[in-house]
Design a protein. Structure first.
Length: 262
């Protein structure tokens, strides 16, 4: 079960216990009588659970990075914080936007509900916005017929498997970040899914060109040849957005990773 649903159920149960004690049982207890166990361990947790629910639902939510698709920006084991109000205020559980504040920008690292399984959260970088024409061919990005600036930075050593990737600095909008490409990996996308608006994309041996539909985003992992993303399973609808990732608050294997990222 989704943790948000579990937290909401606990919030409702502890609230009911808290209200029952406040309105009925408390006034009937003797002045010096000890609180019953269900008050101490049930109603007593209501303020704590309420605070956690509000912070997690509307302000910041923690996530753990489970895969290497965002290397080198984020690595397996990073615990990150996601700003839940960057792109607007959404109702908990149903994730419906009720207050629009801003839209995702090119280069943002975004957490969203995976379109093919909304119970699963994914994290990728926003590459193209609604209405954009994006081309990814021969491992280079072009947006609206304008090449995305890249500078070669040498090699990146994957210490877990001891192999090298090519490292590039990429500029998307206001963001500069590092991406990886594997020289021997194919540029085309194998096993492309039959996703909504699939007709907006044209695939060939060199890569893919897509026109991003209204209300959707094209996202990619920074570890380009080790990422299943919009090239494979399609566009991210606005209704699936969770928030903007911005801070690594813990990595038990490498405490030097703590801090903001771009």
């Amino acid at each position: 079960m989704n943790f948000s649903i579990i937290l909401f159920v606990l919030l409702v149960l502890t609230y009911l216990l808290w209200m029952a004690d406040k309105l009925y049982f408390r006034v009937r207890r003797a002045p010096n009588a000890a609180e019953p166990w269900w008050v101490e361990y049930g109603a007593g947790f209501f303020p704590v659970i309420l605070a956690v629910f509000v912070i997690r639902s509307f302000l910041f939510e923690p996530f753990k990075i489970p895969s290497g698709s965002m290397i080198p920006t984020l690595v397996v084991g990073d615990f990150i914080l996601v700003n839940k109000f960057s792109y607007g205020i959404r109702l908990p559980i149903i994730n419906k936007k009720v207050v629009a504040l801003a839209d995702p920008k090119r280069g943002d690292v975004m957490v969203f509900r995976y379109p093919e399984d909304p119970s699963t959260d994914y994290i990728k970088r926003v590459v193209a916005l609604p209405g954009d024409k994006i081309t990814y061919t021969n491992k280079k990005i072009t947006i609206n017929d304008q090449p995305v600036p890249t500078d070669e930075l040498g090699s990146y050593l994957h210490t877990d498997r001891l192999y090298l990737s090519q490292k590039f600095r990429e500029t998307l909008g206001e963001h500069q970040h590092v991406v990886l490409n594997d020289k021997d990996a194919p540029t085309y996308s194998p096993h492309v899914h039959n996703f909504p608006y699939r007709q907006n994309c044209v695939y060939n041996a060199s890569g893919v060109t897509c026109e991003v539909p209204a209300g959707h985003y094209f996202v990619m992992g920074d570890n380009r040849d080790a990422s299943s993303d919009s090239r494979v399973w399609g566009f991210v609808p606005d209704r699936n957005i969770v928030g903007k990732a911005f801070f690594v608050w813990m990595n038990f294997s490498d405490i030097t990773r703590l801090g903001p990222f771009d």
